[in-house]
Design a protein around this ligand. Structure first.
Ligand SMILES: [Zn+2]
Length: 86
C-alpha cells in the first residue's frame, strides 16, 4: 500500500513538472513573437515611410505629412505656409 502511494506521488510530481515545462515553452514561444510585431514603435519595419519636414527637419510618417505645392513634405500646415511664403 505504501508503494502505491509513493508511485502516485511520483506520478503527480512528474505530471506537474511536465505541465510547468509546457507552460514555460508556451510563454517562451508567444513572448518574443507577440512583442516584435506589436512593439508599438512606428518605424521602417511596419511599412510606414518616414519623411523629414522641409522646414524644420522633424521626422514624421508620410501619411501625416502636409505636402506642399512643389511636392515637398511638411510636418504641419504652418510650416508649409512659412516655407512657401519665402
Ligand atoms: Zn516642420
Amino acid at each position: 500500500m505504501k508503494l502505491l502511494i509513493w508511485v502516485l506521488v511520483a506520478a503527480l510530481v512528474v505530471f506537474w513538472i511536465f505541465l510547468s515545462r509546457k507552460k514555460q515553452q508556451a510563454s517562451r514561444k508567444s513572448g518574443p513573437d507577440r512583442a516584435s510585431p506589436s512593439a508599438g514603435r512606428p518605424g521602417p519595419g511596419d511599412g510606414e515611410v518616414m519623411i523629414a519636414c522641409t522646414r524644420c527637419g522633424i521626422y514624421l510618417p508620410y501619411s501625416e505629412a502636409v505636402i506642399g505645392a512643389t511636392g515637398a513634405p511638411f510636418c504641419s500646415e504652418d510650416h508649409r505656409l512659412e516655407h512657401e511664403r519665402r
